[in-house]
Design a binder for this molecule. Structure first.
Ligand SMILES: Nc1nc(=O)c2c([nH]1)NC[C@@H]1CN(c3ccc(C(=O)N[C@@H](CCC(=O)O)C(=O)O)cc3)C=[N+]21
Length: 293
């Protein structure tokens, strides 16, 4: 078997961001208010730090007004909810993202529920989750799963109808919304998780295999049908030969021997998550301006 094509997420993300930059430049030329995105981070987590920095850089590239709010680890829930309320009421803010995970003393779902549905660029609010499952076009849809669909399409073409997609992982932020999105693309969808009796066997039936479990290199070649398209959502910080190294949830080398195409880590799904965060901010902006979407 040939070795797999490597799907360049960075390049696809670059072109999405470039197209957003053109739209923002047009708004600016028309003298319109520019889209704004607020990112809230509580405490410090090195991985979140990378993400927030990448996000700020991408906002700058696109011309979106990005603001960062860094709160102390010991911030109370009342203070955090107060900040969310202020951002909800701020007409210059179109999108609000509260970086997860939150410190244990804060109730994540309560905080996410407080974000205005129209500004929920993560798509984590129950109202947007419901809209996604109903196929409502006004839904703000989680960024990472949108990136997974677009990367699969970059390899297989826009029409994914009839493909069998197996998603490994059932989280609210990736697995479940990815299942809804591929279903909306007329795929057959199987979700495999830690209690599945025969995960590898199910995964071997996938035309498109999406892996989002958060376990370094858990999925090996025994999970992959020759010729499958493999989308690796994991970003795990590991050490190899005393050096820090990022690896996905897929054992890249061995799987690349039999897959048709595979996303790398880094440079695969990660950059797409950020591109769709900007894309969602544009959608929220349009809706907040009363435009039809
Ligand atoms: N409310 C919320 N929404 C999120 O979307 C969210 C979150 N919380 N918490 C953390 C996770 C993680 N996440 C990443 C996004 C992009 C990269 C990224 O840009 N990765 C690059 C660089 C990786 C690196 O160098 O560390 C890459 O894969 O090439 C990484 C991680 C968003 N998350």
């Amino acid at each position: 078997m040939e070795t797999a094509a490597i799907i360049n997420g960075k390049e696809v993300a670059d072109s999405l961001v470039a197209s957003i930059a053109t739209q923002v430049a047009q708004l600016e030329a028309e003298g319109k208010r520019l889209p704004g995105l607020a990112v809230v981070m509580v405490g410090d987590n090195p991985a979140s730090d990378v993400y927030v920095r990448n996000k700020t850089r991408r906002c700058q590239q696109a011309g979106i007004l990005g603001q960062e709010f860094r709160l102390d680890e010991a911030t109370t829930e009342a203070d955090l909810l107060g900040l969310v309320d202020r951002l909800n009421d701020d007409p210059g803010v179109d999108g609000i993202l509260v970086q997860l995970p939150l410190p244990a003393h804060l109730d994540e779902q309560r905080v996410l529920n407080r974000i205005a549905v129209a500004k929920d660029v993560d798509g984590f609010h129950p109202n947007n989750v419901g809209k996604l499952s109903l196929g409502d076009a006004t839904a703000l849809v989680p960024c990472t799963p949108q990136g997974c669909v677009t990367l699969a399409q970059s390899e297989l073409g826009a029409d994914l109808s009839g493909k069998h997609v197996v998603i490994v992982g059932r989280s609210n932020i990736v697995g479940k919304p990815a299942a809804q999105l591929f279903l909306a693309q007329h795929c057959s969808v199987t979700v495999v998780h830690s209690r599945s009796a025969n995960g590898a066997e199910l995964a071997r039936q996938a035309d498109i295999l999406v892996v989002a479990v958060g376990r370094p290199e858990m999925v090996g070649p025994d999970w992959v049908k020759p010729g499958a398209v493999v989308i690796d959502v994991g970003i795990n910080r590991t050490e190899r030969d005393g050096k820090a190294k990022l690896v996905g949830d897929v054992a890249f080398g061995p799987v690349a021997q039999l897959a048709a195409a595979i996303t790398p880590v880094p440079g695969g799904v990660g950059p797409m998550t950020i591109a769709y965060l900007l894309e969602n901010t544009m959608k929220a902006y349009a809706m907040n301006q009363g435009q039809q979407v």
